[in-house]
Design a protein around this ligand. Structure first.
Ligand code: NIG
Ligand code: FE
Length: 417
């Protein structure tokens, strides 16, 4: 057989070939192939076998993995990719003990990024999004979810969503778009959050027609949107054919996890302070818990999601960066894998499901991302690591050696010598 590319001498190959969402105990069953090889034709994986069998292949290009770990491209299922400005001055406020919700109440936090995003042009926002996408690609991420939510008005929300759409068309990384118009209450609507939600809901038809988002999300939190407001708003989105997500139980345990299950949301995200009942409901549902331990870390919280208990109860868990300019300022999903090991006490096997199969399923891409199999698009990472235990273990740096998206190499580590 003739192929375009063959990757030989793979030390450990993680095919991540279980159909997701992978729940509970199944998250600790990992297939590992040693001394494997992969054949790629065009953008597709056409052959997987042992290194010895690979001699039957003729290839235009041979990539010698030299014993490295090879996995599917990582999937980051929760980011706030498009925003104007930055908020480095808030770090000092945080050090003085001013809380995240207090900063928001004073018109800072999300609202300061909203002002910056309103003032940033479409082209500048696009450039900035592409910059962050490049960094994600270098870090081994080949599929990402991106939320709006720094507009809070018709014009700016649509601007953000159109930036996401163009970034998806321009950049090799695949982007799944989520409308998060219900991210904060703009000051003019302070006394009337329902009217603001009505305004955001009035954009849904336009968003659908222009194909600007697949999911609708809301920040269900004290001082932001209540459970009844969230339910009402999300039900409208569901009727219009959007999938649902919720920023749930991040700071106060309002019951957003339970609401995500009740409404059949594809994911409930954060879940840092989910109740016992919420954990049980999540475990008995098809809703995926998208856990964001980098946010707990960055906000200096002791409340890490009880992901260990969630999995033990039978839930499907994914992890994500929550990349945004306020509560988790990093594109590095590898770092989040380490925090998941150290703070959530997830096993390496669970962590790999959480950034591949389950992450893909949490954004409706289970059939196209997160798995290495014959017939799948070639989204593949070669890591400077001898085995899969190594990535969460050696923390805070980039281990990606070569990143391939749809059969094309989009990143290769350079030697400086
Ligand atoms: O997921 N919690 C709400 N939204 C984001 C933070 C956004 C921001 O601070 O700019 C989050 O943590
Ligand atoms: Fe978020």
């Amino acid at each position: 057989m003739h192929v375009d590319i063959i990757i030989t001498n793979i030390g450990e190959l993680l095919p991540m070939d279980k159909r997701g969402p992978v729940k509970g105990l199944e998250m600790s069953e990992l297939t590992v192939w040693n001394n494997a090889a992969i054949g790629i034709k065009g953008d597709t994986i056409v052959w997987i076998g042992s290194n010895e069998e690979a001699t039957i292949l003729e290839a235009s290009q041979i990539i010698d993995a030299k014993g490295k770990l090879v996995t599917p491209g990582l999937v980051d299922p929760h980011t706030h990719l498009v925003f104007g400005g930055s908020r480095e001055k808030e770090l000092a406020l945080k050090q003085q003990g001013v809380s995240y919700l207090e900063i928001l109440k004073q018109g800072g936090g999300i609202l300061s990024t909203v002002r910056a995003t309103q003032q940033t042009s479409y082209e500048q926002l696009l450039d900035k999004a592409l910059f962050h996408l490049d960094r994600m690609a270098m870090l081994g991420i080949t599929t990402v979810e991106a939320k709006s939510g720094y507009g809070l008005d018709r014009e700016t929300e649509l601007k953000q969503l159109r930036v996401v759409k163009q970034a998806n068309e321009t950049h090799p990384i695949d982007i799944v778009s989520t409308f998060l118009g219900a991210h904060a209450i703009p000051p003019v609507y302070k006394e009337n959050p329902e009217a603001f939600l009505d305004e955001m809901a009035s954009l849904l038809d336009e968003i659908k027609e222009e194909n600007l988002a697949e999911y609708v999300d809301i920040f269900t939190e004290t001082g932001v949107f209540s459970i009844p407001q969230s339910r009402h708003y999300l039900m409208k989105a569901k009727e219009k054919g959007f999938g649902l997500k919720i920023h749930a139980d991040e700071i106060d345990p309002l019951g957003g996890t339970e609401l995500a299950v009740e409404l059949g949301a594809i994911s409930g995200d954060h879940l840092a302070v989910t109740s016992d009942e919420g954990i049980q409901k999540l475990a008995n549902s098809n809703t995926i818990g998208v856990i964001l331990p980098g946010t707990s870390f960055y906000l200096g919280k002791d409340d890490y999601a009880r992901a260990r208990e969630m999995i033990d109860a039978g839930a499907a868990i994914a992890i994500a960066t929550d990349f945004n300019p306020g509560s988790s300022v990093t594109e590095n999903l590898q770092l989040i894998m380490s925090i998941a090991a150290l703070k959530l006490k997830l096993s390496p096997e669970e962590i790999w499901y959480a950034v591949t199969v389950n992450a893909a399923n949490a954004i409706g891409k289970g059939e196209v991302a997160g798995t290495i199999a014959v017939g799948r698009k070639a989204d593949i990472v070669l890591w400077d690591a001898p085995n899969y235990l190594y990535i969460p273990y050696h923390y805070g740096v980039n281990h990606a050696n070569t990143v391939m998206k749809h059969g094309k190499i989009i990143y290769e580590r350079q030697e400086i010598r």
